[in-house]
Design a binder for this molecule. Structure first.
Ligand SMILES: Cc1cc2nc3c(=O)[nH]c(=O)nc-3n(C[C@H](O)[C@H](O)[C@H](O)COP(=O)(O)O)c2cc1C
Length: 368
């Protein structure tokens, strides 16, 4: 049904316009009490065996919405209604910014992929914090807040920009993510080098602790799939050293070669981050590597090319406690999250593991 609609309507529209149209419908639907109750009841994860705990937060299921879809925290309840059990908002930057000139989002339908160079278009940390402060949640959803660097802020002042966002947003964040891996802000990914990452993460940790006294806000870092293996190890070691709560692997890739892309070369060569199916293999590989390095000391979140319940299951076996997705939502539609949670529950039942937590990293432990 959705696929027919996608082919007839969304596919013919500019991808960014289609995004905002779908977004508007979701936000409207959630304002109608009968409708939202009905949709949420149909789509929310309700399999007892999927109950998950990650960095001290209890969730109904492990599958959530990756950052970038709801950059400004305007559709948390809407996405929760559609069955995403956690919603990561952002990336939010210290200052508001328009992002890159349009067109900046491209669909590679033949590859079930997207290329984006949005460039962190967002309302800025002050406005998003005000929105979160006055939000009256309809559903109980875990809200992650993903922060990044304002484009015009020079690299040497990046720490101050992240700290500003952390101070404003940490009070409303169930968990906080330092994004140093988007390819569309010049220089951002240089912050993944441990010499730059150590002071950045330490400063954000300090800012979160200073502004939120009554609880410890879990802090995660989100990394790129394009890191060399030894750099993945270095981030893993640093995360352990700093007592970080989690690592999110991965963001989009700047790679194009060797991914077997079938879309028109004119599309493939658009600059920006590639997401969706072609990212699957590398993302999984990075996750496995991280788990082999950190084991259960740090919670891992698997994202990148997850399309099916089987993909999500593979992430769990590779070490992910939580799994996220974005691109496949565009291709699969509103029942996607439900399908993933339902399939995961079925997969767990036929597995040798009693709980989801037992399955986390099982494949990596087996091959160690
Ligand atoms: C249009 C678009 C915008 C995105 N914006 C952000 C962002 O602002 N911050 C971020 O950390 N990741 C962002 N991402 C990356 C996703 O969160 C995710 O890491 C990536 O798309 C891989 O997952 P997927 O293959 O399921 O899409 C964006 C992805 C897309 C497609």
């Amino acid at each position: 049904m959705y696929k027919i609609f996608f082919n007839l309507v969304f596919k013919r529209m500019d991808p960014e316009k289609a995004h905002y149209l779908a977004f508007r419908w979701i936000r409207l639907a959630v304002r109608v009490p009968v409708l939202r109750t009905f949709v949420a009841a149909a789509l929310a994860p309700r399999h007892k065996e999927l109950r998950t705990e990650a960095f001290g937060l209890r969730m109904h299921g492990p599958f959530g919405l990756a950052a970038g879809f709801d950059k400004n925290a305007v559709a948390i309840d809407g996405m929760s209604m559609l069955g995403f059990d956690h919603v990561e908002i952002g990336t939010v930057t210290g200052e508001p910014q328009p992002g890159n000139p349009k067109r900046r989002l491209f669909r590679l339908v033949a590859d079930r992929a997207l290329i984006n160079r949005m460039g962190f278009n967002n309302d800025g940390s002050l406005a998003v914090a005000a929105r979160l402060a006055t939000r009256e949640p309809v559903f109980r959803t875990v809200v992650g807040v993903n922060i990044g660097k304002t484009k015009v802020v020079p690299e040497e002042e990046a720490v101050g920009d992240y700290v500003k966002s952390a101070e404003r947003l940490a009070p409303y964040a169930d968990y906080l993510v330092v994004n140093v891996s988007s390819p569309n802000t010049p220089g951002l990914r240089n912050l993944q080098a441990t010499e730059a990452l150590r002071p950045l993460l330490a400063a954000v940790r300090e800012a979160a602790d200073r502004t939120v006294a009554h609880r410890r806000v879990p802090l995660l870092v989100k990394i790129a799939p394009d890191l060399a293996d030894e750099d993945v190890d270095a981030v893993a070691d640093l995360a352990v050293e700093l007592g970080l709560d989690g690592i999110i692997a991965t963001n989009t890739t700047i790679a194009r070669d060797g991914l077997g892309l079938r879309s028109a070369p004119s599309l493939v060569k658009e600059t920006g981050g590639l997401s969706g199916a072609p990212l699957k293999e590398r993302s999984l590989e990075v996750l496995r590597r991280l788990y082999a390095r950190v084991g259960d000391r740090i919670t891992l979140v698997g994202v990148g090319g997850v399309e099916t319940a089987e993909d999500a299951w593979q992430r769990i076996l590779a070490g992910a406690t939580l799994v996220q997705g974005y691109s496949a939502f565009i291709y699969e539609g509103p029942f996607w999250s439900r399908a993933v949670h339902k399939g995961l529950a079925a997969r767990l039942r036929t597995s040798p593991y009693a709980t989801l937590a037992d399955a986390v990293g099982a494949d990596v432990r087996k091959s160690a």
